[in-house]
Design a protein around this ligand. Structure first.
Ligand code: C5P
Length: 238
């Protein structure tokens, strides 16, 4: 019943909350995202617990530092066995290339599967004004495409981007490039602090491989029902 294109964001800070939601969603969800709020609160134990439940994990810690530090950090995180790790594309080509190469070399040395590595283009909460306030002269779409192409050229497996830019990224970076989109809101849902949003079906139709959905499931009165509705909508796009 689960669809591995759906990743549910566990933006909690206690293991009790994690266990309640994961148990409630049961076999409807196989993929979870562990972000900084949860990881900084409960540590690596959450990844071990999810793996023990046979769940896949996107460990969303968004590393952004000098190349050597990011590469070392990712190799340390690889010990936990998450399926996807991530970095910020704005850390630059050398940082991304060093990170991707180090992960692959280290995985080969240890004889383990290399986790996928994806890069954040522009956070989905950022709008045009905020982009220009931090000094980027390019418009949103050009900035996202520029970073997605840079990511690909550095040997990184894909990007995290808004569903509104997924189509453009797919056109510019080809089929063999993972696009993960947060900022997904079922019709009629609260958009919260997200700016560049789309519905689950639109995000997939635009070329996204995976959707990260948090509050529309977590904050629903009945999270399992909300998930099943989203899965049904997703099943219309294969
Ligand atoms: O609750 P909501 O569906 O907005 O959750 C989206 C999740 O995706 C959050 O955990 C957020 O940190 C994450 N995210 C994002 N935009 C990005 C990258 C990750 O919203 N560009």
């Amino acid at each position: 019943m689960a669809d591995e294109r759906l990743i549910v964001a566990l933006d909690f800070h206690t293991m009790d909350d994690v266990k309640n939601l994961v148990n409630e969603l049961g076999d409807s969800v196989n993929y979870y995202k562990v972000g900084m709020e949860l990881f900084y609160s409960v540590g690596a134990g959450v990844v071990e617990w999810l793996k023990a439940q046979d769940k896949k994990i996107f460990l969303d810690l968004k590393l952004h530092d000098i190349p050597n530090t990011v590469a070392g950090g990712l190799c340390s995180l690889m010990n936990l066995g998450a399926d996807i790790l991530n970095i910020h594309a704005s850390g630059g080509y050398t940082m991304m290339k060093t990170a991707a190469d180090s992960l692959r070399n280290e995985a080969a040395k240890r004889g383990i599967d290399c986790p996928k590595l994806v890069a954040i283009t522009v956070l989905t909460s950022i709008n045009d004004k905020e982009l220009s306030d931090v000094g980027f002269a390019a418009d949103m779409q050009s900035q996202v495409v520029r970073l997605a192409k840079l990511t690909k050229s550095a040997g990184v497996d894909g990007v995290v981007a808004s569903p509104q830019e997924a189509k453009l990224i797919r056109e510019n970076c080809g089929e063999d490039f993972m696009i993960i989109t947060p900022g997904v809101r079922p019709t009629g849902a609260n958009i919260n602090d997200q700016s560049r949003i789309a519905t689950p079906a639109a995000a997939l139709a635009n070329g996204a491989n995976k959707l990260v959905i948090g509050r529309p499931i977590r904050a629903a009165q009945n999270p399992r029902e909300a998930t099943l509705k989203i899965l049904e909508e997703m099943s219309s796009v294969q």
